[in-house]
Design a protein around this ligand. Sequence first.
Ligand code: SF4
Length: 494
Amino acid sequence: MIKAGYSLPALILFSEPLFDSGGTAGPDPDSLVKAVDGKGKNCVVSEKYPQQRLPVNTSKKLYIETFGCQMNVNDSETMVTLLKDLDYETTDSAAKADLILLNTCCIRAKAEQKVYSELGRLKSLKNGGRKVLLGVGGCIAQQEGEKLLKRVPYLDLVFGTHSLHLLPDMVRAAEKGERLTRNDFLDPESRVDLFPRKDTAGGVARFVNVIQGCDNFCSYCIVPYVRGREISRRSSEILQEILELSEAGVKEVTLLGQNVNSYGMKSPEEPSFAELLHMVAAIDGIERIRFTTSHPKDMSQALIDCFAQLPKLCSHIHLPAQSGSDKVLKAMNRGYTRREYLERIAALKKARPDITVTGDMIVGFPGETEEDYNETRSLMEEVGYADLFSFVFSARPETAAAKLHDDLTRKEKQERLDRLQKRQHIMTRERNNALQGTIQEVLVEGVSRRGDQLFGRTSGNRIVNITADHSLIGKIVTVRIAEAFQNSLLGELV
Ligand code: SF4
């Protein structure tokens, strides 16, 4: 679970000077009266300066909990931007919030259960005597809609993945006491017009959404049912957003979507994903580019060549294999074989010899034998993943795999997962150890969780903590890796 939101500029506080008083003392606070500006936002007017509308800190507090993938993190950032116009500013405490939003995920049953238990926990805040609005967005909202509002009587609003643009109006209605749901799917034309924009201020490394939805229908995956069909965002909008981000000081962008590799395939007027990467690389100020998630079947040679041609493209690829067995890959409807997957990996390593590869793996898919599982294990070894996100198969409603006969017990599946994760744990540590003593370029992104160090990432996406001056945030620095840990590295400036 990720508590979303980067900090946004605070509105002017009453206690601060309200406006230039021409060398005299500021206005007498008693002479200030509340008003509404031309955009319907709260402000104050001084009797002495009636022509001036001054923003005030009447802001309400917004708390967002984000479950699931980077797409949800990206959507939560959009919610923060959209609700800024209604005077909401983020807080990291649910207890202080006027509006609590859960941005949900239903990719696995466990993710869904977490949301319901969180809703249970938040009930006491709703009953606490203070007015608090509670909303659910994201994939569960899309899937459940009205049913969710009925099931959770203290819920105020439910908004699906295609209804993000409606959120401000929904919150306004909820503030007036309405309980409401929006989870209709939009048609492709409306969707391309409604790609949500985010505030471009703030941060060193930011996500930029380039494609939404998915047409692949992998047999285990619920995404096409809750995110809709694939649609590419207009390249002109993408480039404009990245230009604005670079002007705001952002140094790294991650182009984001369920399957970025198929960007533009359904829109002949748009460039291919490889061409888009070249366009992004031409933007001054952007020093690093990443993208996620990639589908192996759509990993074109032109895209692989980008790793040889574009120095700004980071040395990392997240390429989910999901299984190493051809039989299971077919049952998963993945559209590639083990050999084809390994050929893509070999081509990527040829284009960028130091590339870091990470992936996703599912074990215990219906019909997976010990032999199939061992093929997954041998694929892991052959690729040499730096990290692997691995899960036990979770049957999701509506998906084809949910109807397959499954004779493995939960215990057997878990045991396979444990063995795989244990081995990956060792491989990750070995890869980190191998970086000890090397010189790395690190983009410094901010202050580490411990608070006494800065953190950044190598081009290969490894986290590095450094003791350094805060003025280095936003800069690419050269470090020597002094020590390796399981999940991070310790760097020294050189
Ligand atoms: S490519 Fe497959 S796993 Fe990925 S979002 Fe689409 S259907 Fe799901």
